[in-house]
Write a protein that binds this ligand. Structure first.
Ligand SMILES: NC(=O)c1ccc[n+]([C@@H]2O[C@H](COP(=O)([O-])OP(=O)(O)OC[C@H]3O[C@@H](n4cnc5c(N)ncnc54)[C@H](OP(=O)(O)O)[C@@H]3O)[C@@H](O)[C@H]2O)c1
Length: 261
């Protein structure tokens, strides 16, 4: 897919992976519509030519206005990148339902709703791409991150189902599974903290720019799934083949956190 001139709507574009993806796409000549809650942060990361719409994606009225304004501004939407997301480090049984709902509203209901609003435009154009930023945690449930993992697994399932629903319409679907990416994601979680062993493993993290580049190259080569770093594919394969082995390892990382709590 040639990205120059394409109209791309990116959620969570004020920092981290979203901001890096915006920069990579801008460098390829795409026209961007960027959104996040923080107007000031968006203004700082966006280029003058980008279209910015600040608001909370957990608000359904804002989601409707976002798609309408982006479509009016550029006359079309070629790619929707559902990137905004949030973590929550807490045992499932200790998570107040209100927090679980907040997590799913942003990580699951917002992407579904935005896709629902954008797909009719793309079907009329007979072209478009929906990109869902999931996670390796969507392929391998992480015990310190169960509800988050479930939200990201749902996003992978949505991507696979949508792809079949949209077959022959000209609209494609790509899922992205980043591993550990060095952003402020852990600090912005709705609650809790990651296991110490995970934090000390930060040296294995890829940068937001590397993750963004993998996503953009995936768009260019019309991939259905991008896993970054590629080691994630092996881990997910190992989990399918030998789940007990991987679970034992994850339990050990998690147990260190419980002991030190
Ligand atoms: N970092 C990782 O290790 C990692 C690994 C796998 C997957 N991912 C996924 O990658 C995506 C991006 O993560 P990141 O690392 O770049 O996180 P980040 O640095 O925390 O950025 C999150 C972005 O989402 C926006 N956002 C948060 N809540 C929002 C809301 N209610 N409404 C609208 N926008 C909202 C934030 O802007 P405002 O605060 O201004 O709204 C920000 O632009 C997420 O879906 C995450 O689950 C991350």
């Amino acid at each position: 897919m040639e990205l120059a001139g394409k109209v791309i709507l990116i959620t969570g574009a004020s920092r981290g992976i979203g901001a890096a993806t915006a920069a990579a796409l801008r460098a390829r000549g795409a026209r961007l519509a960027l959104t996040a809650r923080s107007e000031a942060a968006l203004r700082e990361t966006a280029a003058p030519a980008d279209f910015r719409v600040a608001g909370d994606l957990c608000d359904e009225e804002f989601r409707a206005a976002l798609v309408q304004r982006a479509a009016e501004r550029w006359g079309r939407i070629d790619v929707l990148i559902n990137n905004a997301g949030v973590g929550l480090y807490a045992p499932t049984w200790e998570t107040p339902p209100v927090l679980g709902r907040q997590l799913f509203e942003l990580n699951w209901f917002a992407p579904v709703d935005l896709a629902r609003r954008v797909i009719p435009l793309m079907r009329a154009q007979r072209s478009g791409v929906i990109v869902n930023v999931s996670s390796i945690a969507g392929q391998i449930p992480l015990p310190w991150f169960t509800l988050y993992s479930a939200s990201k697994a749902a996003l992978l399932s949505l991507s696979d189902g949508l792809r079949m629903e949209l077959a022959g319409s000209g609209v494609r679907v790509m899922a992205v599974c980043p591993g550990y990416v060095a952003t402020g994601f852990q600090q912005h979680a709705l609650g809790g903290a990651p296991p110490a062993r995970l934090v000390s493993g930060k040296r294995f993290a890829v940068s937001a720019e590397e993750c963004a580049e993998a996503m953009v190259r995936g768009l260019e080569r019309e991939a259905r799934l991008v896993v970054t770093p590629p080691l994630g594919r092996w881990l997910a394969g190992l989990y399918r083949l030998a789940p007990r082995l991987v679970e034992a390892r994850l339990r050990r990382i998690h147990a260190v956190q419980e002991d030190s709590a």
